[in-house]
Design a protein. Structure first.
Length: 174
């Protein structure tokens, strides 16, 4: 299924989307692509707000603001995401059962990619409205959607990691 349709389906059935991605021919480059695409869209989502801030305060130019955002989102955020994925994997090992690192990264990166359209909308809001309560409230909506998709994806990965127990008992055992 296409990327855009999977993102749209992630708001209705995020566990099914993530488990469907995991059960295919999943490899690290595909998961990395999801993470980097999400970071790129987050970077683009910041442009309108950075433009407004540069217009209101010209002491820091738009290009300087863009350079800082580029460094933070495209270089530092992926490293932080890999660290967060490692901590989530350790937490799952202690709480539920061991889940493959690739599947944890898939859940995390997919959740971030799935909420990136909401982040683009929030970037437009911040350009038109500035920093106010409505933009901040929408930020909570984005965070809630991220946590919802991440939680459902991690639950699906825990189920995927469970051993299959629906095999019939060997003959002579009841």
């Amino acid at each position: 299924m296409s990327l855009v349709l999977n993102i749209a389906r992630s708001y209705r059935a995020p566990g099914k989307v993530v488990s469907g991605l995991a059960q295919g021919d999943l490899r690290e480059p595909q998961v990395l692509f999801f993470g980097l695409l999400a970071c790129g869209l987050i970077f683009v989502a910041q442009w309108p707000g950075l433009s407004r801030a540069a217009t209101l305060d010209p002491s820091i130019t738009f290009e300087q603001r863009m350079g800082g955002a580029l460094f933070g989102v495209m270089f530092m955020l992926p490293l932080l995401l890999y660290g967060l994925a490692g901590m989530l994997q350790l937490a799952l090992r202690g709480i539920a059962r061991p889940v493959a690192g690739l599947h944890v990264r898939l859940s995390l990166f997919w959740a971030l990619l799935a909420v990136s359209p909401l982040m683009l909308f929030q970037g437009g809001l911040s350009a038109f409205m500035g920093a106010n309560a409505a933009v901040s409230a929408f930020g909570f909506v984005v965070a809630a959607a991220f946590l919802y998709i991440l939680g459902a994806g991690l639950r699906a990965m825990v189920k995927l990691a469970q051993p299959k127990t629906d095999m019939p008992a060997p003959p002579g055992h009841s």
